[in-house]
Design a protein around this ligand. Structure first.
Ligand SMILES: [Zn+2]
Ligand SMILES: [Zn+2]
Length: 250
């Protein structure tokens, strides 16, 4: 419980979530991002990986996927990005990040076509915004702002109802901004003794939890301005857990 309290106080000071990071022996490190997405999402994944790789500390490299997009089971030491019709789950996109101690061991991004196939969300701007944000969470970044209808900050890590800025004539939230790169430089400012750590069998069993279902996400650790949860933590024992970051469909 003390750990959760510390987490809550840290996130307001910065937008990492408790300094969780991938273990690596130096920068830039290569993070494999598995492509398990359909044609409609391919260019958005490529763009997001390119944008984030402008960071001096990491290279997000898109590689062939190793999971079934329908369940998007996590793969040790990698991020798997998936799209599917996950149903009326309430969420537009989620990022799920497995941690062991302070280190990230694996991650998944799920994009829910049940909502992206509707008129409101079936736009390049909504797709790019959500892809960029969910991939960003898998590096250890939190949201910069969680109010949907205030002015855009120019980063995909800022909740918005106006992803490309066209509605209000403002800057778009389609790419990372300077502050995101500063935050990455801070949380990856040290070297670890080893490369990317194994999630192990405990975390693998965590992948069998029904992680599409918000009821399985565990304790709400962050709340957005609309009163809905924005981040959750499920303890899976042995110092391990799964964080879920969510963008709800409106
Ligand atoms: Zn470390
Ligand atoms: Zn998010």
């Amino acid at each position: 419980m003390a750990c959760i309290g510390a987490f809550a106080s840290v996130v307001y000071a910065s937008h990492s979530w408790g300094e969780y990071h991938w273990a690596r022996t130096g920068n830039p490190f290569v993070l494999k991002v598995g492509k398990n997405v359909s044609v409609a999402w391919g260019s958005h994944l490529a763009t997001a990986a390119d944008n984030w790789s402008a960071s001096e500390v990491l290279d997000a490299t898109v590689v062939p996927g190793q999971t079934n997009p329908k369940n998007c089971r996590a793969v040790n030491g990698r991020v798997e990005v998936c799209d599917s019709k996950y149903g009326n789950t309430g969420w537009l996109g989620i990022a799920q990040v497995w941690v062991s101690g302070s280190h990230i061991t694996q991650g998944t991004v799920k994009l829910n076509n049940t909502y992206f196939n509707t008129g409101k969300y079936n736009t390049p701007a909504w797709r790019q915004f959500v892809m960029c944000q969910e991939v960003g969470h898998t590096f250890g970044l939190d949201h910069q702002d969680e109010v949907f209808d205030n002015q855009n900050l120019g980063t995909c890590m800022d909740y918005t109802n106006d992803p490309d800025g066209a509605v209000k004539g403002q800057i778009g939230n389609l790419v990372p901004n300077t502050h995101d790169f500063e935050e990455l430089a801070a949380i990856y400012g040290h070297n670890d003794a080893s490369g990317i750590l194994s999630a192990g069998t405990d975390a693998a069993s965590g992948a069998e939890i029904g992680l599409d279902n918000p009821a399985e996400w565990g304790k709400e650790v962050r709340k957005a301005s609309d009163g809905r949860g924005s981040a959750y933590h499920r303890d899976i024992g042995h110092g391990k857990g799964v964080f879920t970051f969510v963008i709800w469909a409106q």
